[in-house]
Design a binder for this molecule. Structure first.
Ligand code: FAD
Length: 395
């Protein structure tokens, strides 16, 4: 493929750019924002909050790909003493021991969950109502939806396996995902990719060359003038806090009554906040009719239980609602194959975390990006064979 235009310079756009440039293609990336990364951006400081992702799951295809290219590290390993500070919330109390043993056992022996049935029904039949509720709440960390029990059993089962695996799959990039994006951008530069930031594209380029649209799905729907490009995603309240350090704070509080997660990210990476302070993010999925205040109140209940004196210790605080930005969720009867297709025809490809590609969270952006480049390369090859055939005939 001689040239390729990529619209969007987030994790998906950069994955596509590197993949195509490695195959010898001249690539141009247009990014609307003044910096690359999209949702994978990290704030500039003093609190290195991530706009979106924290966890890089080592079971995903992106892990191996990044590792092979030396783009993965350095990572921020979790000290054993901090790992021991994982807490589970049930019925107003925090517990050290997860009720996940039974759950893991039940899920390990279970065959692949059905697509057509909701997770609540399937897991209740397998392990009882209480275990099903706990499992659904725990899976929230990998799917950011307020009611995982209502989603496809197959979809939730896969995320639960990944989120509850031992040893844990979740790893953390030191300094935040922004560091990973910087390494990917440097690799793209080395390969000769042209990167244009502050370059919003409002119409598809008219030069006829292949185009990869690597924006979030709503932006892609506008760009391609196709409102049918839509898929469900979650709605999550995010509460970021910097607290003065107190010995004994938990590493994680995972709510097993309803999806909710509070994580002290300085436990694994002290560089995220100034010395003597801890950086915490609470993630509370809320329903379509719930208010931000309800999510914040849920976060504060968990903080009251786990972080004594947190109100007096707060030195910085930020609240946000992340709507439709946490990747696709699949309803019963649907799988990733039913989402908007990568190949849009006429040399246009759609990538991102709400399109027809497998994986968990950002892995969907990754797999769709690699798939789009491979489809574009194949189409180019077929086109060239065809042209060669015509030339031979003419000769
Ligand atoms: C709160 C939260 C927590 C998350 N946690 C995790 C996690 O722990 N692990 C994980 O793997 N994933 C996680 N995710 C998901 C992850 O952030 C996303 O899947 C991933 O970052 C999406 O990357 P992308 O490149 O597909 O899209 P984006 O990051 O949205 O990138 C799209 C880019 O396109 C640009 N753009 C848009 N329109 C135009 C235009 N017209 N012209 C030019 N450029 C344009 C945007 O500025 C943006 O930079 C989380 C997300 C959120 C919100």
């Amino acid at each position: 493929m001689r040239k390729l235009t990529i619209i969007g310079g987030g994790f998906a756009g950069l994955t596509a750019a590197i993949t195509a440039a490695e195959a010898g293609t001249r690539v141009t990336v247009h990014e609307a924002h003044r910096t690359l990364g999209g949702r994978a951006r990290t704030a500039e400081g003093p609190y290195l909050t991530n706009e979106g992702p924290h966890a890089l799951y080592s079971g995903g295809p992106h892990w191996t790909w990044l590792k092979q290219r030396g783009l993965l590290g350095p990572l921020a390993p979790l000290p054993a003493a901090e790992a021991a500070r994982f807490r589970f919330h049930r019925a107003g109390a925090l517990h050290r021991v997860p009720p996940l043993g039974l759950l893991r056992q039940a899920l390990r022996t279970a065959e692949q969950a059905p697509v057509d049935v909701d997770f609540r029904t399937w897991a209740t039949g397998l392990a009882g109502e209480r275990t099903a509720r706990v499992a659904a709440a725990y899976s929230g960390v990998a799917l950011f939806h307020h009611d995982p029990g209502s989603l496809s059993a197959r979809f939730v089962q896969e995320r639960l396996h990944r989120a509850a695996s031992l040893p844990p799959e979740a790893h953390f990039v030191r300094g935040g995902w922004g560091q990973l994006i910087d390494r990917m951008a440097a690799r793209a530069w080395e390969l000769g990719v042209r990167i244009e930031t502050s370059s919003r594209v409002d119409d598809l380029p008219l030069d006829g060359g292949p185009v990869i649209v690597a924006t979030a799905l709503p932006a892609a729907a506008r760009l391609l003038g196709d409102p049918s490009l839509a898929w469900e995603s979650g709605r999550t309240v995010l509460l970021d806090l910097a607290l003065r350090t107190r010995k004994g704070d938990p590493f994680v509080v995972s709510d097993l009554d309803a999806p909710g997660w509070v994580e002290r990210f300085t436990a694994q990476d002290p560089s995220l906040a100034p010395a003597g302070q801890q950086l915490i993010q609470a993630q509370l999925p809320i329903g379509p009719d719930a208010s931000k205040a309800e999510g914040v109140a849920h976060a504060e209940r968990l903080l009251d239980l786990g972080f004594p004196g947190w109100r007096e210790r707060t030195v910085w605080r930020r609240e946000a609602v992340s709507q439709g930005r946490t990747g696709a969720v699949d309803r019963p009867g649907t799988t990733w194959r039913d989402r908007p297709a990568v190949d849009r025809g006429d040399g246009v490809y759609l990538v991102g975390d709400q399109v027809a590609a497998p994986g968990v969270l950002s892995e969907v952006s990754f797999t769709s990006a690699v798939e789009a480049v491979s489809l574009a390369l194949r189409a180019d090859l077929v086109g060239r064979h065809h042209q060669h055939g015509l030339d031979l005939k003419r000769a």
